[in-house]
Design a protein around this ligand. Structure first.
Ligand SMILES: [Zn+2]
Ligand SMILES: [Zn+2]
Length: 175
């Protein structure tokens, strides 16, 4: 069945991607162990991160979540910057606990002294489009609506195209 084939191909890609992320996590953990002369508990890693964040560190679960959408945009940039950023949160938490600020001077020192990176809080990856979008049609073109606008339109709000001045009507939903 072709559907099965494409699914297994995709999951293979995902598996090798998560392997690449995990080996970089290990590499970053090793560097921290060498630097501090201390053992750290290795976090688990996955691609559960969605939305605007490139990654998040779930300190109590010792879990790192990474954004696959952004990873795919530039794998090496992601591996070189996002992974150390999140690992640095794990290191700082395992040394200082909750006593320090997430991107405070302790985290910045780990980024600079161990990973030789600029301690940037933000990333430049593209942010995904809203998961659900709605296409509307006027007399001259198609417009993409978010769910919020779509709901307003369905409740009676009239949207007018700035170009052709005709009112928009619902065409299709994408998810
Ligand atoms: Zn951070
Ligand atoms: Zn128009």
């Amino acid at each position: 069945m072709s559907a099965n084939k494409s699914y297994s191909l995709q999951s293979h890609d995902l598996a090798s991607s998560i392997q690449q992320v995990q080996s970089q996590v290990s590499h970053c953990m090793k560097k921290a162990t060498l630097f501090f002369g201390k053992h750290f508990d290795h976090p688990t890693s996955n691609f559960k991160q969605k939305g605007k964040a490139a990654g998040t560190a779930h300190l109590h679960k010792n879990e790192l979540r990474f954004n696959y959408f952004m990873y795919q945009q530039d794998e090496s940039l992601f591996i070189e910057t996002v992974v150390p950023h999140e690992v640095a949160h794990i290191i700082v938490y395992q040394i200082y606990g909750n006593k320090v600020r997430p991107h405070g001077k302790e985290w910045q020192a780990v980024m600079k002294k161990i990973y030789h990176l600029e301690p940037n809080r933000t990333h430049n990856f593209d942010i995904p489009l809203p998961k659900q979008s709605y296409t509307y049609q006027c007399q001259c073109q198609q417009h993409v609506f978010t769910i919020r606008r779509h709901n307003n339109a369905q409740k009676g709000t009239q949207y007018i195209c700035k170009l052709c001045r005709s009112s928009l009507s619902f065409l299709a939903q994408h998810s």
